[in-house]
Design a protein around this ligand. Sequence first.
Ligand SMILES: Nc1ncnc2c1ncn2[C@@H]1O[C@H](COP(=O)(O)OP(=O)(O)OP(=O)(O)O)[C@@H](O)[C@H]1O
Length: 235
Amino acid sequence: MIKLDKVSKVFALEAGNFTALKENDIHIKKGEFIAIMGPSGSGKSTLLQLIGGLDVPTSGSITVDGVRLNELNEKQRTLFRRTKVGFVFQNYQLLPMMTVAENVGLSLLANKTASAEIGARVRELLRDVNLEGKESHFPAQLSGGQQQRVAIARALAMKPGLILADEPTGNLDRKNGESILKLLTRLNKDEHMTVVMVTHDRHAAETADRIIMIRDGEVVQEEGTGVEYMAHGLA
Ligand SMILES: Nc1ncnc2c1ncn2[C@@H]1O[C@H](COP(=O)(O)OP(=O)(O)OP(=O)(O)O)[C@@H](O)[C@H]1O
């Protein structure tokens, strides 16, 4: 499903070049639930942005669901993001002036879905995340956990095969965090979606099938949450 070969990302800064990711080889199978952990600044979000086609690597190749991202132009990458990937962020990134229904339906609208169809699909998506009846609310009228569920419904609108979640429980208390983790697990196990989740929280990471540890831009260790194994021999 996801294959990274020798992927590096170098940012050009005034003070000189900064290498955020160094020659990483990562393979993620279709239907896996992966957690990415590592210290602050180790390159986790950068990695997620490359996998999701939000940014391009400086060198190396990335293939997602048979699509070689390196070969896409800007327009094709936008289409890839819109149809193949559902993004979920720590701060939800909902549009505050739009209702819950409008937020969830945004990508359907961008993809020129008929408006009658959008209404029905939005209701179905909100039912899926347990937010029936909240269509006309604005994000500020919802709890953090509810807002994150709206963001997940929005991410699911185009039926992507892949969910990329960057600290999805980072702003939530334990109870709301648990409900988001349960929802991601259900999407993974029942809907067979591949989930890649960046998290600082060991407990959250253990809901995944496998944990990829990253340090100073390099994968240093992989461990199964059931059966442990070491990929690179470093703790
Ligand atoms: N657009 C950019 N320009 C320059 N440097 C960047 C850019 N994006 C990220 N970096 C740098 O790359 C490194 C990795 O950043 P990244 O956000 O991927 O880390 P992270 O592991 O997700 O951190 P955190 O856990 O704090 O969110 C950091 O040192 C960061 O400052």
